[in-house]
Design a protein around this ligand. Structure first.
Ligand SMILES: NC(=O)c1ccc[n+]([C@@H]2O[C@H](COP(=O)([O-])OP(=O)(O)OC[C@H]3O[C@@H](n4cnc5c(N)ncnc54)[C@H](OP(=O)(O)O)[C@@H]3O)[C@@H](O)[C@H]2O)c1
Length: 331
């Protein structure tokens, strides 16, 4: 699989990675054997990048990845890069919690869960907006690098303005942001600024929580413990994380139109992933998956030919006519 350098770190990673929120919680149950099989299918398909967080299943996602990489061994695991996140354990979730002491405590827990001395990449996990402009926060992150607790740091953001604030800092290696055919605003300023500064872009929620697979219908039922049931109006966390913030009925209809644009030989999900990886400035895309078939299909998107200009235009028109009014001004 194509490898790209993740800004400022010099490290290489696969252009299609794997998001592992599904291995923790909030998506209904994924049992341990299924989770390990899914990680194995990813590595066998050429994926060298896993994205996790200390709060996914209260550490379950990190622990499963740690165990998987230990069992994989140094030969097959060579070149793997794991990004985790910290900050969502803060209670209350306020800027005052983003201190060096808390960072050290959160890192220690992640290092133990993942079974490593130095974490490859740690991202601030959508902290409150003022955190992105705090000199003390970036100083503390630099200290963690000096202490070799982390090799590099980045941020995960909700809005384009937060991304731009982080990109302006000298040692931020990566920005994780929602980017997909239903979330195009980062193309305007964030991707060009990241390219200019040499900051990596990790594109998350690339399938708009599965909508862009074109499989869902208005009467599709998600599990009670799946955020696609309980966070549709943002009851538990930012509504932009569920279906990219698009109202469900609008999203289902637009996703069917999107699926009709898939080139021959590509699924709707693969078309969405291909669209993302060909946007200048993107380093990697991290689809979440609930089974090995999805993992393999998503990895295969990296081999597809680039989408044609005609298809790109139709995808842009679909966004303008169906989606833009709901999301463009918000994030
Ligand atoms: N704040 C943050 O930093 C933050 C927030 C959100 C996500 N993330 C990261 O980003 C990753 C990706 O985002 P996400 O998981 O929220 O959303 P996503 O990748 O847009 O959607 C994942 C869902 O898409 C469906 N899917 C995946 N591959 C498919 C395929 N080949 N064909 C058909 N359907 C497919 C599955 O739905 P079914 O379950 O219906 O099968 C899967 O659960 C997460 O795992 C996490 O690592 C970070």
């Amino acid at each position: 699989m194509e490898q790209r350098t993740i800004g400022r770190t010099g490290r290489q990673l696969s252009v299609v990675g794997l998001g592992t929120w599904q291995l923790g919680a909030d998506w209904g149950a994924v049992d341990e054997d299924a989770a390990l099989a899914l990680l194995d299918a990813a590595v066998a398909s050429g994926v060298t990048f896993f994205d996790t967080a200390d709060v996914y299943g209260d550490g379950r996602s990190e622990r499963l990845i740690g165990r998987f990489l230990r069992e994989l061994g140094p030969d097959r695991g060579k070149g793997m890069l794991v990004a985790t996140k910290m900050g969502r354990r803060a209670d209350p979730h306020e800027p005052a919690a983003f201190t060096l002491d808390n960072f050290r405590a959160w890192n220690d827990r992640s290092r133990e869960n993942l079974g490593v001395d130095t974490l490859d990449l740690v991202q601030l996990h959508c902290p409150p907006t003022p955190v992105f402009s705090s000199d003390a926060v970036y100083d503390a992150l630099d200290t963690l690098v000096d202490e070799k607790r982390i090799a590099a740091y980045g941020v995960s953001v909700e809005t384009c303005d937060e991304a731009l604030a982080a990109i302006a800092r000298p040692n931020v290696a990566s920005v994780q942001i929602i980017l997909n055919p239903f979330r195009r605003k980062p193309l305007e300023r964030v991707l060009p600024a990241a390219r200019e500064a040499g900051v990596g872009i990790i594109a998350r929620v690339p399938l708009a929580s599965g909508l862009l697979s074109g499989r869902y219908r208005n009467d599709t039922v998600f599990a009670a413990d799946d955020h696609r049931t309980y966070n549709r109006q943002g009851e538990a966390f930012d509504v932009g994380e569920t279906f990219s913030g698009v109202d469900y009925a609008t999203g289902v209809a637009a996703a069917q139109e999107f699926a009709a644009l898939a080139p021959e030989g590509a699924t709707s999900a693969q078309t969405a992933l291909r669209w993302i990886v060909q946007q200048p400035g993107v380093t990697t895309v991290i689809p979440g998956a609930r089974n090995t078939e999805q993992v393999r299909g998503n990895a295969a998107a990296a081999q597809l030919p680039a989408l044609s200009d005609a298809t790109l235009t139709k995808i842009a028109e679909l966004y303008d006519s169906r989606i833009r009014a709901q999301v463009h001004h918000r994030w």
